[in-house]
Design a protein around this ligand. Sequence first.
Ligand code: GLA
Length: 688
Amino acid sequence: MARTTTVAGLSGTGQLVYGCDYNPEQWDPSVWHEDVRLMKEAGVNLVAVNIFGWAELEPEEGTFRFENLDAVMDLLAENGIGVNLGTGTSSTPAWLTTAHPEILPRAADGTVRWPGGRQAFCPSSPVYRDSALALVQKVSARYGSHPALRIWHVSNEIGCHNSLCYCDVSAEAFRGWLRARYGDLDALNAAWGTAFWSQRYSAWEQILPPRLTLSATNPTQTLDFNRFSSDELLAHYSAEEAVLRRNSDAPVTTNFMVAAHIRNQDYWTWAPEMDVIANDHYLDHRLDAPLAELAFAADTTRGLAQGRPWLLMEHSTGAVNWQPRNIAKGPGEMIRNSLTHLARGADGLCFFQWRASLQGSEKFHSAMVPHAGTDSQIWRDVVELGSSLGKLRELAGTTVHAEVALVFSWEAWWAHDQDSHPSGDVRYIEQIHAAYRALWDAGITVDVVPPGADLSAYRLVVVPNLYLVRDEHAAVITDFVESGGSAFVTFFSGIVDENERVRPGGYPGAFRDLLGVRSEEFFPLDPAHPLTLDNGSPASLWSEALRLTTAEPVLGYATGHHAGAPAVTRNRFGTGEAWYVGTVLDGSVLKDLLLRAAVTAGVRLTEAQSGLEAVTRRGNAHDYLFLINHSAEDRKHRVHGLELLTSEAVADVVVVPAGAVRVVRTTPARPDTDGSSQSRKDAGNDSH
Ligand code: GLA
C-alpha cells in the first residue's frame, strides 16, 4: 500500500530535489569528504546510495560488513544531504550464483545468462528472493531510522535486463499465475485459442513459457507471459517493500524506465504501489526525435503519478555508454533537458552518477564530476543547474494541466508488436511517438493516460494504434465522444480483445461505429513504395480499403488499389466527433490534422514556434511558463510577469536567448479554483 509523501519533502527542506546516484564503494574513503564538499557546492540534497551494494555488504553468505555504509550514511547526515537508500538487491554477489547456479536466468532458447554483468537472476527464483529479503531485512533494520534516510529505493531499474526468464522455475511460476487467472484448463484453452494447430492442453504441467519454437508461437501465450513477467517483478518489489515497512516509516519506491527500448513492465499496474513515482530517462539518439521522446517520457511519468509531481531519478549530464554511438551534450543541452523534465511536472532532478567511474563498463558514462574534474564545462553546468533549482523553489508542488489526452498501453504494445501480423514494419512505439511528436510540434500539452482512464477533463483524446483494447476501455472512448468529446484514432486500433481474439464483422472492430468506417482487409505497404494522397503527401506502411458508413472523407488516396477511397475520415457521433487515420501520414500532415481536430474540439492553443518548447506549470496563485529554446536563434514570446532565472520583470515580451531556458511567473485571473473545466478554460497561459 502506497503512503502519501511529496517529492519536495525528500529534499529535507521542501525545495526541489537535486541529486544523483552515489557509488562511494568505487572510491577510496579519502575521496568521500571531497565528494560531500562538492555536493554542497552544487546544491545536491539527495543521493542514491547502496544501489549495487550487495557483494560489499555481504561478502560471504550470512557475513555482513556495514562499516563503510555506516560511515557514508553518517557523513551525509552530518552534512545535511539526504539518502535515497538502495536495498542493494539489484545485482547478485558471486558467492550466491556460484552456490546456486539455478538462479541464473535463461533466454527463450534455453541458454543461460551468466554472471559477470548485472541482474543475473531469475525473477521467480525462491533462492534469489530469500537471499534478497534477508539482505533487505539487515539493511532496513540497521538504517530504517537513520537521520540521513529520506526514501527507500528498491533494487534498481527492476527488470532492465532480466525481465523475461524462460527457465523451469519461471515455467512453474507461470503455471501458478495462469491457474489464478483462468481457474481451469478449459478457460485457458478457450482464451489461448488452442484449437489452432493442435495446441490444446490437458494438464497444467504441459504449459511452458513461450520458449523458442520452430514456427510462430501462440500469441495469447506470449501475451500472458508478458503480463506474468511484469507481475512477477512487481511481486518482488512488493516483497521487498513489505520488509522495509516492518522496519521503517520512510517512503518506498523504485526507478521506472519509461523508454522506447524498455517495454516489459506495465507501469500502469505498478504505479499505485509506489509512494513516489520516479523515472530514469536518457536521451536516445537512435530515435528520430530524441527531444520529443524526452517530453513523451516526462508526460508519461506524470500520467503514472496521476498528475502529481514526480522525481527524475536518473538522467545524464552528457553521454551514456550503452548506445551504438554515445553523443555528448552540446552547450546548454543538459540544462535544457533537465528543465524540460521540470516543466513537465518533475519536482526533482537526479543524475546517474556523481563521480565518473574509472573502471567497469560504465567508465565512459558521463557524471556530475567528470574524469576531467571540476575544471570542466559539465561541472560548471551542474553548479548552475543547482543554483537554478534554488531560484525555482516555489514551483514545488505545482502541476501541469492538459486538455488533450493520449492513450498509451504497455499491454497493447506487447500485443501489437507480435509476429504474424499484417506488417512487421509497423511498430507500436513508433506510432505512439509519431502522434506525440505531431502534438509536440504543434505546441499542444498532452497528458498520457492508460486505456480506460477518465477522460472527462479533456476535450480531445488521441488513440494511436490501440490494437488490443478491452470492451470496457473502448466504451470509455465511445462514451466520451458521444457526450461531446473528440477522438483521433489511428489505424490497427480496436482489432482484438484482451485475449488477442479478433473482433469480427469488419475493422476497426471495437471502434467501427464510433468512427463510422468499415474495412475488410489491410493492405500494408512496402516502406520504399508509399502511396500518394489527394493532397500530394505520402501515405506509408499501411492502407485499407475504407468504406464510409456514417463518416465523411477528409483525405483520400490518389494512387494504388484504393485510389479515390478515403484514407482519413471524420464522423459525427453523439454530440462529439471521431477522426480516423487509416495510414501512416507525413509528420506535417498529421500535425495539421491534429491541430484541426484540436481546434474543433475547443482546445486552447498557444502560439507554437519552431524550436521553442513551451509548457506551463500551475500553482494556486501563479502559473509558471517554461520556454525552452532548442534553436540556434533567440526567440521572443509575448507574456508578462517575472522571469525567475534572471529575476527580470517581463512587461510584454521575453527574449529567450538561443539554447537558453526562461521561466516566467505569471498571475492569471482565476475566476474559480475548483479545478472545473471552466477554470481550466479561463486560466490558460498568457501567450498570444
Ligand atoms: C541505468 C542504471 C544505472 C546506470 C545507467 C547508465 O539507468 O540504473 O545503474 O547503469 O543506466 O545509463
